[in-house]
Write a new protein. Structure first.
Length: 171
């Protein structure tokens, strides 16, 4: 059983790499902005050296994070239209759709303090609070432009798919 821990600020401000809890062909895949310092789609890569370093900064007035592409003025930008679900790295603008709620998901069948208790984090754009950041599920090498998407979560937030959970680790 998976539960969500309500923690408005699970992560400290700083540099992180973000990887999917879902393995593609047995490979760990990391979140990557396709181009530095330009509007670019966000996809995944199995090469940790090619992974984008993201800077997470908490905004208490919105109880959410702005996620910058480290070394640029780009932020993780959620779609605002329902027909376009691709997530982009775009120039920072003072708008709420560029804010992300981050929730910790735990396995309540695992004892507190055990390293397997935390299953991952879900990232929810404030522009569509019923959606979560979702990784592709098929091999990256087989498809060109296989972008990360913002897709609807399970109602109530429980039982997310593994490709909707992320590991956020210090870079």
């Amino acid at each position: 059983m998976t539960d969500i821990i309500t923690n408005l600020r699970p992560l400290q401000d700083g540099q992180y790499k973000i990887r999917s809890c879902h393995l593609i062909n047995g490979n760990v895949v990391y979140l990557r902005a396709r181009a530095p310092n330009a509007n670019a789609g966000v996809d995944v890569t199995s090469n940790p050296q090619a992974a984008t370093v993201w800077f997470l900064s908490y905004f208490p007035n919105l109880a959410s994070y702005r996620i910058w592409q480290h070394g640029s003025n780009n932020v993780l930008d959620a779609p605002r239209e329902t027909e376009n679900v691709t997530v982009w790295a775009c120039p920072d603008a003072p708008v709420n759709w560029q804010q992300w709620a981050i929730r910790t998901h735990v396995n309540t069948n695992v004892a507190a303090g055990h390293p397997d208790r935390v299953q991952g984090y879900s990232l929810t754009p404030l522009s569509a609070t019923y959606c979560v950041l979702t990784a592709p599920t098929t091999p990256v090498a087989e498809h060109v432009n296989q972008f990360v998407k913002s897709l609807p979560a399970t109602p109530g937030g429980g039982d997310l798919q593994m490709n909707q959970l992320w590991v956020i680790e210090r870079a």
